[in-house]
Design a protein around this ligand. Structure first.
Ligand code: FES
Ligand code: FES
Length: 158
C-alpha cells in the first residue's frame, strides 16, 4: 500500500508501487486533468507538484510519493491567480499541455513570486506546446508576478 496526501486529503492505493504516478492519478483516482504526452519525462504535460516542486508524474513511481504531498491541477481549485490569468490572456489553444504549463508556473511562483522573463523561460523550458502558446504563457505568468499579494491555493504549498 502507498499512502500520500493528494490535493490536501489523505489517500492510499493498493497497487504496484512501481506504477507511474500519472497512471495512478488518472486511472485509479479519476483525476484526468493531468495529461499523458510523451511518457518519458520530456514534454511536461504530466507535471504535478511533489512537496511543492514541479515533477513529471509519468516518470515517477508511486513509491516515490509515499508520505509526501502531491498536488494536481485539480488541487489549484479553479480560482488560482494563474488560472484566472490564463483566462484573461486567452492562453490555451488545443489545451492539451496547459495543465502542465500551469503547474510548472505555480511551482515557479511559489519559489520565486517575482520572476523576470529569463526566470520564467528557464522554469518553463521543459513544458512543450505544439500550438506555440509560449508568449501568452509568459505574459500570463508575468501578470501574476506583478500582483503584490497572492496565496497558494493548497495549504502547505509555499
Ligand atoms: S508525459 Fe510526462 S513529461 Fe511528457
Ligand atoms: S495549447 Fe495545444 S499543445 Fe499547448
Amino acid at each position: 500500500m502507498v499512502a500520500f496526501t493528494l490535493n490536501g486529503g489523505d489517500v492510499s492505493l493498493e497497487i504496484d508501487p512501481q506504477t507511474p504516478l500519472l497512471w495512478a492519478l488518472r486511472d485509479n483516482l479519476g483525476l484526468t486533468g493531468t495529461k499523458f504526452g510523451c511518457g518519458m519525462g520530456l514534454c511536461g504535460a504530466c507535471t504535478v507538484h511533489l512537496d511543492g516542486a514541479a515533477v513529471r508524474s509519468c516518470s515517477l513511481p508511486l513509491a516515490a510519493v509515499a508520505g509526501k504531498a502531491v498536488t494536481t491541477i485539480e488541487g489549484l481549485g479553479g480560482e488560482h491567480p494563474l488560472q484566472r490569468a490564463w483566462v484573461e490572456h486567452n492562453v490555451p489553444q488545443c489545451g492539451y499541455c496547459q495543465s502542465g504549463q500551469i503547474m510548472s508556473a505555480a511551482a515557479l511562483l511559489a519559489a520565486n513570486p517575482a520572476p523576470d522573463e529569463a526566470n520564467i523561460r528557464q522554469a518553463m523550458a521543459g513544458n512543450l506546446c505544439r500550438c506555440g502558446t509560449y508568449h501568452k504563457v509568459q505574459r500570463a505568468i508575468l501578470s501574476v508576478a506583478a500582483v503584490a499579494h497572492w496565496e497558494p491555493a493548497v495549504e502547505g504549498e509555499a
